[in-house]
Design a protein. Structure first.
Lengths: 90, 90, 90, 90, 90
């Protein structure tokens, strides 16, 4: 999975009809100190993640394995909100 | 999903027969201020996206989860046209 | 999909038996002016694409959605030969 | 598969309910001398891999082919703990 | 597919039980003159590829479409041993 931070939301009224009601969040990749990286992706939220939260994003076909994204043209889903990381220094 | 801008169209008469009638759009990646990046991909349009529009592209097997791409050798589909982004500054 | 140019062929007699008879083409990525990039991949041809032709390549599980690649260990297929691009300048 | 080293753990109480009980490990990519690289990913552990161990990670839909990740929104799984590498110098 | 060279083997006794008996080969990417590149991946061998051989690797779900990798948590498989390349100069 990708470790990221929610930095915003995408609004799109003209979309595949199966996507109505889904929340499209802008997620920037972060490093292990939560510093923002440049790359970002758009992910459907499935756990109520708000702007500013650190999250895990599953991509590819696995993104369709939640109740809200099942059988939909979605390739990235927020499936966890991170409490904390335990990282052993190198 | 990828955030991108439609910058053109690919014309291809010799193709897998299941692809007849599909529109192949050239989509350049954009950043959160809609500035074009170098990388691009070719995606089938499923929502009537025209040149110049900002769109969301789903890739991989999820690209086959729209009516027009179902069961076809397609790995990228335009599945939403973006109205606007709400981005919280860093 | 990837925009690419066929630059050669791979010959491999010792291979998974389901791959017998398939043509493995070397496809270099190109930019929107058809200039060759460094990265390349090997793709099965499904539309009779010859060396020098500009093509579209579908990758991942979508590569198995043509008659010649169905249920085979193939992750990239040439599924269209490009006639032309209409690109709107930036 | 990816060759990596477990460098920590992610704790997340608010997550897709199907993920309860799974262990999310932070895995940094390593080179063939086990030197850490910058890029990392989050993978579910399926073989009891602890911090400091060198592991193999399967990604994409293949990540769902273990007992603990079956049908879950998971795109990376630790499926082996490495004993050793035999590498022929260039 | 990826063009690569087998440069070694991974030994792992503690692994998903479905992986018992599989051979995990270290495959470095090569260019069209067979020069080694830095990036490498670990792939299951399905055609008896030995160290030093030039091979094709299929990744993603397609990696599970061989007899030895079917339904297993494997995302890369060696599915052909290359005899030769015919490359047309740029």
């Amino acid at each position: 999975m990708i470790l990221g931070k929610v930095v915003g939301t995408v609004w799109a009224t003209r979309k595949d009809e199966s996507l109505t009601g889904l929340k499209f969040q802008i997620v920037k990749h972060v490093d292990l100190e939560y510093n923002l990286k440049d790359n970002f992706l758009i992910a459907v939220d499935s756990v109520g993640a708000g702007v500013g939260e650190i999250v895990l994003v599953a991509t590819g076909s696995s993104a369709r394995l939640t109740a809200v994204t099942k059988n939909k043209p979605v390739d990235a889903v927020i499936m966890a909100i991170v409490d904390k990381l335990d990282v052993v220094s190198d």
